[in-house]
Design a protein around this ligand. Structure first.
Ligand code: DLL
Length: 441
């Protein structure tokens, strides 16, 4: 049987290439003028590069503009990159950043409308309609996943169940009793849930009506997709996004499941060589860079995502003309994603170095137990600390765990080891041992 392809916003999703290029150029020119006038760090960088808004005459001229990095966001934390006054901002979200400072995103009313539109496109990519009941198990709060998906479901007019993450028993109860047909969560949680459903003896099709899951916020492999789809007879759709660009809703697979359509009337993609920073020919693999063409509060120009992928120039059978990106194959930095939460080793280090009795020698171990990611940190204690003082050691451990969990936002297993117990390296310290397979080879 032919695959059904529903499309939310045909005007933009199926726009002919030449017309789209015109639209992108028009929007790019406006954007560059606006950030030059309203956002001091952009003006400073453009002046230093000898580039003015009038130099943007064709789309390719984008390559003349300086990049924006996480470090720029940290230097202008929290609101220094916003292009509108605070009274126009109606929402803030954030996720963790490199120097321990969160990456903060602001949204105007129009930004929230646009976000709901791109999320409605995402959900329609997996054939969501008014008749669906959508269980949204992405975390609600500062994380963009929960509210991002929520507004998309409401825009379509489907029923949203805002259950947020965790509490698997309740997730299963709700899924069964509320007749849930679509699910939004991280891929690892979906796998966990699919196993729990099987263990509870619930039959797909008979006891639960779930047919599609929208999975993203962390890397996952084709094998994981196959397993989830087989376990509970659903379609698993890969959805991608990041806080700095908007949250979820930057790109999504359609039912063809060959690459993710980038909503490129709003988010202009480039792929650059991470070492030379030169744009790569269409179709070559490198670092994904985004320019937000329509965002008002927190626009980004040539933002380096650190995500590795390639663009797929061929047209998709679904009829959308949005360019596609291949599912991610890695990152250029050391950001770990653990249960959907972004974790930088520098955050862990920042806790260790300020607690007396600890040495700055540590190792981070990441593993998967069943479907769950586990984070363990081994830390050397200072000489003399390893005495028979069990109570003192317990107190120290409690303090470290408390501070780490509050900085990272997730649970951590700790192991305090004797001085010099962690192997020294002659070159770069090998601080991270990640035993999971998170990217396709
Ligand atoms: O994770 C936004 C999101 C929420 C996307 C819900 C999809 C679903 P951040 O917390 O800022 O935002 O993390 C962004 O997560 O740069 C990627 O490295 C990674 N990531 C997001 N989606 C995927 C995916 C949200 N589908 C960072 N596959 C990004 C692989 C993903 N990695």
């Amino acid at each position: 049987m032919a695959k059904k392809h529903l499309i939310w916003n045909e005007r933009y999703e199926c726009m002919p290439d030449s017309k789209k290029k015109e639209l992108q150029l028009e929007r790019l020119k406006l954007l560059v003028s606006r950030v030059y006038d309203k956002v001091a760090p952009y003006k400073a960088k453009m002046d230093a590069a000898g580039i003015a808004p009038k130099d943007i005459k064709k789309l390719e001229d984008i390559a003349k503009l300086p990049f924006t990095t996480k470090e720029d966001l940290a230097a202008n934390y929290p609101f220094g990159m916003f292009a509108v006054p605070m009274k126009k901002i109606i929402r803030i979200h954030s996720s963790s950043g490199t120097t321990g400072k969160p990456k903060v995103a602001g949204y105007t009313k129009n930004d929230i409308k646009m976000w709901a539109d791109v999320m409605a496109r995402t959900l329609t990519c997996g054939n969501t309609t008014k008749n669906d009941v959508v269980q949204n198990a992405y975390g609600y709060g500062l994380f963009t996943g929960g509210l991002g998906a929520h507004y998309g479901v409401e825009k379509i007019g489907a029923t949203v169940v805002p259950i947020s993450g965790g509490n698997t028993k309740r997730q299963i109860l709700v899924m069964k009793d509320f007749g849930v047909t679509k699910m939004c969560c991280t891929p690892s949680y979906c796998l966990f849930l699919s196993e729990a459903l099987r263990e509870a003896g619930l039959e797909p099709g008979r006891d639960i009506k779930l047919n599609t899951a929208f999975l993203g916020a962390e890397p996952w492999t084709r094998e994981l997709r196959e397993q989830v789809e087989k376990n509970i007879s659903i379609d698993a759709i890969d959805i991608y996004g990041l806080t700095e660009v908007i949250g979820p809703g930057v790109s999504s697979e359609c039912m063809e499941k060959v690459g993710l359509h980038i909503f490129d009337d709003n988010f202009y993609p480039e792929v650059v060589d991470p070492d030379t920073q030169q744009p790569l020919p269409l179709g070559e693999k490198g670092e994904l860079v985004f320019t937000t063409l329509t965002k008002e509060a927190f626009p980004v120009v040539r933002y380096r995502t650190r995500d590795i992928t390639r663009l797929i120039p061929e047209k998709c059978a679904c009829g959308r003309t949005h360019i596609r990106m291949e599912r991610l194959t890695g990152r250029t930095d050391d950001m770990l994603i653990i249960r959907g939460v972004n974790v930088y080793p520098s955050q862990i280090e920042s806790v260790i170095v300020q607690i007396p009795g600890l040495e700055p020698h540590y190792q981070i171990l990441v593993d998967r137990q069943g479907a769950m990611d586990m984070l363990e940190v081994w830390i050397e204690v200072s000489p003399g600390i390893f005495t028979d003082n069990i109570k003192g050691l317990e107190k120290l451990e409690k303090r470290i765990r408390g501070e780490m969990e509050s900085v990272l936002g997730i649970g951590v297993k700790l192991k305090l080891v004797e001085p010099k117990a962690i192997q020294r390296s002659e070159g770069k310290a090998q601080r991270i041992i990640d035993r999971r397979t998170v990217y396709d080879k």
